[in-house]
Design a protein around this ligand. Structure first.
Ligand SMILES: Cc1cc2nc3c(=O)[nH]c(=O)nc-3n(C[C@H](O)[C@H](O)[C@H](O)COP(=O)(O)OP(=O)(O)OC[C@H]3O[C@@H](n4cnc5c(N)ncnc54)[C@H](O)[C@@H]3O)c2cc1C
Length: 401
């Protein structure tokens, strides 16, 4: 019987192994940790947002959208497979969690399914080197080795290395002449500089953020942002971070414009109406209950306006300046969170290196890749685990004699 080795017991490697276990192969799953699915446990704040009702390539960043679309077209089949393993969903706004709301329960399902399958799980096996010997793959750890006919690499990217993914096999892939696109942390906070940061740290606000790269508008996201001592964070910030990471690594100028009142389009008319209604009072009175009090202070200081100025004494130029700062608060992004903070890696093995039907590497027969090691990263919402599961499933399904 042919031997298949799967390196990496994360989301993609587990599904590839379970799918392979139904076939006539001797399957070995090698995991460097003492148990499988360590990263799964921290996903979705411990709740594991494992799927989304709208899995579409527009929610991903990749170097080949056509290939990605082809891979994602298998989504329904994969979802059925996951359900067949016993993962029962709780769906909130299109986001899928296990009904238990516990990531641990998903990890336990995988653990018991692997135990009941014929997969040979070998934990505490960190593959440090791969050698090709007569068309076979020899995987070597510090004190053991194992040789297989078919190799699946499912070792993830560089994000959150404390769960096991440290990118140790990228150099080997490059040596095989496989193109690995530039790697950067993504789904991370964005950092800026400025005196106001100390004051705004801790504020949460509904906002629309617009990303500008080299002064050109690129993308916008809306939702709650967290203002931190270093910059900005929150889901909508994470969702643009992949683009920011790439732009900064290419030495481009990156700006984010924050609209703190995205629901009020014509803020000028709105404030003029409020001034009429208030009759008297200060700028503070005018802005109270619209935006956070600390923000009022920061914005009026930037506009060079005393917050105690009587509203009847603000000239239109000053009002315009205030409005511009509320609707277009511009920060220059100087850096981003590192891999220890990142939920995913952007970049990775180019999709052009793989067969889109099987995920076999075109240049190296019997070598397959799945999961985050590939150049595919999704926004928040279950897209990354979904891709790990879909790609793992395709690999497991397509390995056939
Ligand atoms: C904090 C956090 C929260 C997240 N939340 C979500 C979420 O809610 N929804 C979502 O869709 N995505 C989420 N993600 C992203 C998602 O977890 C990953 O994209 C996904 O787990 C990638 O799966 P993978 O199988 O490619 O890699 P991984 O899950 O990283 O698994 C790789 C496995 O390979 C093992 N390994 C690595 N190198 C070796 C080696 N040399 N030898 C042996 N074993 C090795 C590792 O120990 C690891 O177990 C989150 C990520 C983080 C860090």
């Amino acid at each position: 019987m042919k031997k298949v080795i799967v390196i990496g017991g994360g989301a993609s490697g587990i599904i590839a192994s379970l799918k392979l276990a139904t076939k006539k192969y001797d399957v070995y799953l090698l995991e460097r940790n003492s148990f499988i699915g360590k990263k799964l446990l921290v996903t979705g704040n411990g709740r594991c947002n494992y799927w989304n009702s709208n899995i579409d390539s527009k929610y991903y960043y990749t170097d080949n959208n056509n290939i990605l679309e082809k891979l994602l077209s298998r989504r329904d089949e994969v979802f059925k497979f996951l359900s067949g393993l016993g993962i029962y969903p709780r769906i909130k706004n299109g986001l899928y969690y296990p009904y238990s709301n516990e990531a641990l329960s998903v990890q336990k399902i995988f653990e018991s399914q692997l135990l009941n399958s014929k997969v040979n799980l070998i934990t505490n096996f960190k593959v440090e080197k791969i050698i090709k010997v007569a068309n076979k793959f020899k995987c070597i750890s510090e004190n053991k080795d194992i040789t297989g006919d078919i190799l699946v690499i499912a070792t993830g990217g560089l994000a959150y290395p404390k769960t096991g993914s440290d990118g140790i096999l990228y150099p080997w892939l490059r040596k095989q002449n496989i193109k690995v696109n530039a790697l950067n942390p993504a789904l991370v906070p964005l950092f800026t500089g400025g005196d106001f940061l100390k004051k705004w740290a801790g504020i949460r606000s509904e906002a629309k953020i617009k990303l500008y790269i080299d002064s050109r508008y690129v993308k916008e996201e809306e939702g709650e942002i967290q203002l931190t001592k270093d910059g900005i964070s929150g889901i909508c910030v994470f969702n643009i971070s992949s683009l920011v990471a790439k732009a900064l690594s290419n030495k481009k100028d990156v700006q984010v414009r924050i609209d703190f009142l995205p629901n009020i389009d014509d803020l000028n008319s709105y404030l003029l109406k409020r001034i009429k209604l208030l009759k008297n009072g200060t700028i503070l009175n005018l802005l109270y209950s619209l935006i956070n009090i600390k923000l009022i202070d920061i914005i009026s200081k930037k506009a060079n306006i005393d917050i105690n100025t009587n509203i009847n004494k603000i000239d239109s130029k000053k009002l315009d300046c205030l409005i511009d700062l509320i609707k277009n608060f511009t920060i220059k992004i100087t850096s981003i969170g590192d891999y220890n903070m990142a939920q995913v890696t952007t970049g990775g093995v180019s999709l052009e290196e793989i067969n889109p039907n099987t995920l076999e590497v075109s240049k190296v027969s019997n070598l397959y890749l799945c999961g985050e090691i590939l150049d595919v990263d999704g926004i928040c919402g279950g897209y990354n685990l979904a891709f790990a599961f879909i790609s793992g499933y395709i690999v497991g399904d397509s390995i056939n004699d």
